[in-house]
Design a protein around this ligand. Structure first.
Ligand code: HEC
Length: 132
């Protein structure tokens, strides 16, 4: 009897959570028409992850002109100077460890190897031509 009640409660919570998610999805506004880097295929995993996890600070356009981006003095990813020492390994390291001053948090263990590679690739789309 107790088990049955617990099961029913779990079921109700699960259904409610599902409904909430569905409402969220329906209410989500269309993404703003801010152009990302050029030549990125649609349904790009790296782009999706970037827009979901990094753009709050770095901005969808990579320029970090968001309120929190400006507050934290986030690096503008479209600046050639930034890319001088930014190897794929260095980007991965920053993602795993955060920045030295911890203004950018650590994402250790948050992404699979494939997702990390996709993010690195997407970040490179912000890199200006002259610094390649
Ligand atoms: C909470 C805000 C925030 C989020 C979210 C964030 N960053 Fe950052 N990021 C920063 C700040 C601030 C800096 C500059 C820190 C500094 O110069 O000390 C930075 C710098 C960087 C740099 C340059 C590092 C360097 O050596 O100059 C890279 C690359 C980077 N972020 C990638 C990412 C990626 C990829 C994500 C998403 C997985 C992400 N960031 C999410 C705030 C953020």
């Amino acid at each position: 009897m107790k088990n049955l009640r617990a099961f029913a409660a779990t079921l109700i919570i699960a259904v409610a959570a599902g409904a909430a998610r569905a409402t969220e999805r329906a209410a989500a506004p269309a993404p703003p028409a801010v152009p990302g880097p050029a030549a990125v295929p649609p349904d790009d995993v790296g782009q999706d992850l970037y827009n979901a996890r990094c753009s709050t600070c770095h901005g969808r356009d990579g320029k970090a002109k968001t309120p929190i981006g400006l507050k934290l003095k986030t690096k503008d990813l479209t600046q050639a100077a930034l890319w001088k020492d930014l190897t794929d390994a260095a980007i991965t390291k920053v993602m795993n460890e955060g920045t030295a001053d911890k203004a950018m948090p650590s994402y250790q263990g948050r992404y699979s190897a494939e997702e990390t590679a996709a993010l690195v690739k997407y970040l490179r789309a912000f890199q200006p031509e002259q610094s390649r």
